[in-house]
Design a protein around this ligand. Structure first.
Ligand SMILES: [Zn+2]
Length: 568
């Protein structure tokens, strides 16, 4: 058996790819071998295999069952499947794992449509659970919601109350909360945010984008031990969903502390890149702050090599803080005088990009409206000569002008998309269609157009805005409808992507966004053994429900089994 195997290895190597290496002797046996599998490698030169072997954290052989036979020693653990799919571990390129972890203990409105009376009873039951101090409710389905502090005062007059929308870009607070935060008629709106006021100039209690932090900074602090405990719990859910690496989308000093606490407790198994949140200030202090944070993270072994900026806000009514090239329409379809605000000035953005690139930071920009997308592309274009190895990604990308779609590929801009959002719902239809008009609404979440023009799409959940389950996002990304049998309506179905492209978005392409494509994102000899086993075999045209319900049975990170699905 030995000789033919070596011969086969050489033969294949001679054609430019090396699906397997044979070990020198038996003591070189692999730690794990998986056989009889349907392996989608995401390696374009060798896309499919049926067996894989890994040792000391790295893949040592991939091919058919015979390719791993010589790697199978006495101590090798062998998993023999019956054709279930094996994939590289999923990589989420936009997640808020800490904010999401902390929110798991808050009163959750679960993004359900709410009548006012219903909201009142939810506030009441939250107040019974948390009997003192601030009251915080999360995940209000904000599409079309009109609330003010006087209504909230009638529900809860004596305690400070903060209600946060599902997308976390809008908050509604009562008068007590405004008072404690020191926000009144004379308070100016902060940069990148807005205090909404009535005709008399009084704050109504609705706060948009950065203005939400005027109040949220007064919420009681969660202690460090609790933060680490909740993050640990969340990360365990991520491995159960096959996620082995991610970009933390808006990290600060406290996020670094929490991740470092998990490292110190030997509990961090994921490959993590932190994107440091910045308002894009050109002040020297900001440059120093970002550099110090990166160093602090690196000291405990975590990459904080990316800066996250906001180019604009969100598009849904009533918030409408996303920057558009032409104005929002009123509910009768007439143009208003509002097109949203660009949060950064164009020349300043260019200078910030240039500086970040000179400092070897990668850049991740929240860009939702077509004006924000264009501004970011223009600014990158203007400074591309200093780019070097900087990775550049735009995220959310709800609306892109048709003439900007083909700029992503030549500028090497990664499109980090939340494709779970690309289904009909109140936020994607009722809160958008009237205010954008049909022509623009028929172009939202232009995934297929981007792909057809050569852009690399990466998967990202934006959890806890929406589920981090990649199969749910892929089912919607392919079919552009809710992943259940009853739903028939779709959202711009011509923008659906093939399953293979969606799998690449969550693996190979996503690894590029993290700068880890030499290390993970595809199953190849020499790469880390970051891989998952599924409970079924994937097929390009499988039913959306079956795709959405796919479960992970085993997750390996660096060759270590970090999750096994409990037997039911
Ligand atoms: Zn986000």
């Amino acid at each position: 058996m030995r000789l033919p195997l070596i011969f086969l290895g050489l033969l294949v190597a001679g054609f430019g790819c090396t699906p397997s290496h044979s070990p020198d002797h038996k003591s070189n046996a692999a730690d794990w071998v998986i056989v009889n599998a349907h392996i989608l490698t995401m390696d374009p030169d060798y896309p499919q295999a049926s067996a894989i072997a890994f040792k000391n954290g790295s893949i040592v052989a991939i091919g058919d069952n015979s390719a791993v036979a010589d790697w199978t020693g006495e101590d090798t653990q062998v998993i023999s499947l019956s054709g279930q799919t094996v994939l590289p571990g999923f990589i989420d390129t936009h997640i808020h794992s800490i904010e999401g972890a902390l929110a798991t203990e808050a009163c959750d409105l679960e993004d359900q449509p709410l009548e006012l009376s219903n909201l009142q009873s939810q506030i009441q039951s939250c107040a019974e659970k948390h009997t003192e101090g601030w009251l915080q409710l999360i995940n209000l389905a904000s599409a079309g919601t009109t609330l003010d502090r006087w209504q909230l005062d009638s529900f809860l007059p004596h305690r400070p109350l903060m209600i946060i929308s599902t997308d976390a870009h809008t908050a509604w607070v009562n008068s007590k909360a405004l008072e404690l935060a020191g926000v009144d008629a004379d308070s100016p709106s902060p940069a990148q945010g807005k205090i909404i006021r009535n005709d008399e100039g009084e704050p109504t209690g609705m706060l948009v984008d950065a203005a939400t932090t005027l109040v949220s900074q007064h919420l009681p602090e969660v202690d460090r031990v609790t933060r680490a405990r909740l993050l640990d719990k969340t990360l365990q859910q991520l491995v159960a969903n096959g996620i082995t690496a991610f970009l933390e989308a808006n990290a600060d000093q406290k996020s670094i502390d929490t991740f470092c606490d998990l490292v110190a407790a030997n509990k961090l198994v994921h490959k993590v890149n932190l994107a440091l949140g910045s308002q894009g200030s050109l002040a020297k202090e900001e440059r120093t702050r970002l550099d110090a944070l990166r160093k602090q993270a690196l000291d405990c072994g975590i990459q904080a090599d990316t800066i996250k900026l906001y180019a604009d806000g969100v598009m849904e009514f009533p918030t409408q803080s996303a920057a558009l090239l032409s104005p929002y329409l009123d509910k009768d379809g007439q143009p208003t005088n509002r097109a949203g605000d660009l949060y950064l000035e164009s020349k300043g953005l260019q200078r910030f990009f240039r500086q970040a690139m000179e400092d070897d930071f990668s850049i991740h920009v929240h860009a939702i409206g077509d004006a924000a997308v264009r501004q970011s592309l223009d600014a990158l274009d203007a400074v591309k000569e200093v780019r070097g190895a900087t990775r550049f990604s735009l995220t959310h990308l709800q609306l892109i002008a048709p003439e900007d779609i083909n700029r992503f590929a030549p500028l090497q801009v990664l499109a980090a998309m939340q494709l779970y959002w690309a289904q009909p719902d109140t936020y994607s239809v009722d809160a958008l269609q009237p205010y954008l008009g049909n022509e623009r609404h028929q172009r939202i979440y232009p995934a297929r157009s981007l792909w057809q023009h050569g852009a690399l799409i990466t998967g990202g959940s934006d959890w806890n805005v929406s589920t981090f389950n990649p199969f749910m996002a892929m089912a919607v990304g392919r079919d552009r409808k809710a992943p259940d049998e009853r739903s028939t309506a779709s959202l711009n179905v011509n923008q659906g992507l093939p399953l293979q492209v969606l799998l690449e978005a969550y693996t190979r392409n996503a690894a590029q966004l993290l700068g880890r494509d030499g290390e993970t994102g595809s199953l190849q000899v020499g790469k880390a053994a970051d891989l998952i086993i599924l409970d079924r075999q994937l097929a390009p045209d499988m039913a959306g429900t079956a795709l959405a319900q796919t479960q992970v049975t085993h997750t390996f990170i660096d060759g270590r089994l970090v999750y096994t699905k409990p037997i039911q």
